[in-house]
Design a protein around this ligand. Structure first.
Ligand code: 13P
Length: 299
């Protein structure tokens, strides 16, 4: 008879300790979205090589693409074991729905964002409260959101709203670990006429909820000086997705334009070769972001 399959125990941590340290040390943790095995490996290698804590983000759409939350959990967890990753890693549902957050927790995610920003405030508060209670049972952390973040994320389109500090306080009082508050940030590429981050509102939010870690979504394309200022005003988690996608696409395009995939002798068509430059480009981008956010050596 076959032996029983042994399920590997979770190597993931929630974000609480890494966020607390980041608040004290005035730096930000990189949240990098993953899309597949190349992404996951690149993110984990970047974190380990630079001794940085990291948050691996997965949207519901990206989880579906990777055949579900369980598959994502197993891939991240098993890759950590295989590569001997010892830095703190959280696996975090990005912009989760109410049902999605529950499913991700069940599958072993160590952190979830419940994005109730499109509900009216009382419903957002009630649902966030339930998810916080449920997450406690899994020792997982929760990110909440007030004020929609602009741009498009997996079909959800926001208007680049700016959050109300009083609403931030109401959500923070539910004991969420981190809070995404819109301050004029946008997912994807910023339009030429973008006005920049609203630092006045960011400072007001920080004054209102000094002990809650603030999250900056839409990390792609925000100029370095604005990133640094946001960190100095209390941002401790910065989400980056599009920039890694562009880096991957550019490197893959170059490989094909150089006709390396057509080199039959070297088997340039082998996916391990074809996807390697893209994977390395993601890794370089993640390290660049960690350096900018000040998290190198903070594991
Ligand atoms: P970008 O794709 O703009 O980097 O935003 C990522 C993000 O905020 C994920 O939640």
């Amino acid at each position: 008879m076959f032996g029983k399959v042994k399920k590997s125990k979770s190597r993931l941590v929630n974000v609480n300790e890494m966020i607390q340290k980041a608040i004290e040390g005035k730096y930000a943790i990189a949240h990098i979205n993953t899309n597949n095995l190349e992404w996951t490996t690149a993110i984990l290698e970047a974190a380990q090589e630079t001794n940085s804590p990291v948050i691996i983000g997965v949207s519901e759409g990206a989880a579906k693409y990777q055949n579900g939350f369980k598959n994502v959990f197993d891939m991240v967890n098993n890759t950590m074991e295989y590569l001997n990753i010892t830095v703190p890693v959280a696996l975090h549902l990005d912009h989760g729905s109410y049902e999605g957050a529950k499913k991700a927790l069940e599958a072993g995610f160590s952190s979830v964002m419940f994005d109730g920003s499109h509900y009216e405030l009382n419903e957002n508060l009630a649902k966030t409260k339930e998810i916080v209670e449920l997450a406690k049972k899994y020792n997982a952390s929760v990110e909440a959101e007030v004020g929609t973040i602009g741009g498009e994320e997996d079909g959800v389109v926001g208007q680049g709203e700016v959050a109300d500090p009083n609403e931030c306080k109401m959500i923070a009082d539910l004991n969420v670990s981190i809070l995404a508050a819109g301050i004029g940030n946008i997912h994807g590429l910023y339009p030429k006429n973008w006005k920049g981050l609203d630092f006045k509102v960011l400072a007001e939010i920080k004054d209102t909820i000094p002990s809650t870690g603030l999250v900056l979504h839409g990390g792609t394309g925000i100029p370095s000086n604005q990133i640094k200022k946001a960190i100095s005003l209390g941002v401790v988690k910065i989400n980056v997705n599009t920039e890694c996608q562009i880096a991957f696409a550019q490197a893959t395009r170059k490989y094909i334009q150089d006709k390396k995939d057509l080199d039959e002798k070297k088997k340039g068509f082998d996916p391990r070769k074809l996807l390697k430059p893209g994977k390395e480009a993601i890794k370089d981008m993640v390290i660049e972001k960690m350096k900018l956010f000040g998290s190198l050596g903070k594991a």
